[in-house]
Design a protein. Structure first.
Length: 318
């Protein structure tokens, strides 16, 4: 049973990573729109869809969601969606997809290090091979990119780099806090929690609209607005609704130290989509990075194998 839960959790993590990787190329597809517009458009649509999913189940959920839960939802929505995506989109537009993928690629290391301090977690020494492979893969991914800085001023590159690290810190905090809240709320399913986050994120997206209008009124054509609407809808449905739902499901099936490793798939798919967008094959170093990342996930699974049964009992199921 534990093995089946682990396999299902990994499958959910892989598909979530594939869907989340799409957000890295969106800022390149619609470069005429600012990161604020991208976040506002994506999350308003996400919120509308989530509200539609919430209404039929609200009578059942209402008694389970108090003031503390709403405060947590607001905080998690800000860290994992609104603030994170504004910073990530800014990093992509200022520093490029590969540089942003490099920095975000350190998420597994950060989350796994925090997760190793949880009660009953796999000891850190057993996770070191996985962490070292992960770090080596990320370094290979960014080696050529950082050696061949994209066109633009040093200040622009530095700002993009800072935005990427801000996104890293924001999402690391979200991943850890969200996993703990899911473990705490046994009567709220991962799907319901994802829908609630979507509704709150949609409200935050609405607050971004007047700010985006004030800072960037925009002079885009009708065709550009149509493309923007289509892209935001696609990302809202696939990356936010489906991707977040799968991630929350995975967070209940796997311990936090394994959750960290699953984020690597977002980096891999972000790179794949970036290669397709640039219409080029990966370099030798990038190919080696993919192998190192896959090796990191496999060694992480091996480190958890003796504790699979205990982990399944402590994480909890819906």
């Amino acid at each position: 049973m534990a093995g089946r839960s682990t396999f299902l959790g990994i499958a959910c993590g892989v598909v979530a990573g594939a869907l989340w990787g799409l957000v890295f190329v969106v800022p390149e597809i619609v470069r005429s729109f600012s990161p604020l517009w991208l976040a506002a458009g994506r999350y308003v649509i996400y919120g509308v869809i989530a509200l539609g999913l919430l209404l039929p189940t609200w009578p059942r959920l209402k008694p389970l969601v108090g003031h503390g839960e709403w405060m947590a939802l607001a905080w998690l929505s800000l860290l994992g969606n609104t603030l994170y995506y504004v910073l990530l989109a800014s990093a992509v537009q200022l520093g490029g997809v590969a540089m942003t993928s490099l920095v975000i690629g350190f998420l597994p290391v950060a989350v796994t290090l925090i997760g190793s301090r949880e009660r009953g977690a796999v000891p850190l020494p057993r996770l070191l091979p996985s962490l070292l492979l992960s770090a080596a893969g990320v370094v290979c991914i960014g080696w050529e990119t950082l050696g061949k800085a994209a066109s633009g001023s040093l200040l622009t590159q530095a700002t993009g780099f800072a935005c990427a690290f801000g996104a890293l810190a924001s999402w690391t905090t979200f991943a850890v806090s969200n996993s703990r809240w899911l473990a705490r709320l046994e009567r709220v399913s991962s799907h319901d929690w994802s829908v609630l986050i979507g509704v709150v994120t949609g409200a935050q997206g609405l607050l971004l609209v007047p700010v985006a209008l004030l800072l960037d009124a925009g002079g885009s054509t009708a065709a550009q607005w149509l493309l923007f609407a289509g892209v935001c809808t696609g990302v809202a449905v696939f990356s936010s609704v489906i991707g977040n739902g799968l991630w929350n499901r995975m967070s209940r099936l796997l311990p936090l130290t394994m959750v960290g490793q699953m984020i690597l798939f977002e980096t891999l798919f972000a790179l794949l989509y970036g290669f397709l967008w640039a219409r080029r094959w990966p370099t030798v170093l990038e190919g080696v990075a993919v192998l190192l990342v896959l090796g990191s996930v496999l060694t992480c699974l091996a480190a958890h194998r003796p504790r699979a049964a205990a982990a399944a009992m402590t994480v909890g199921h819906e």
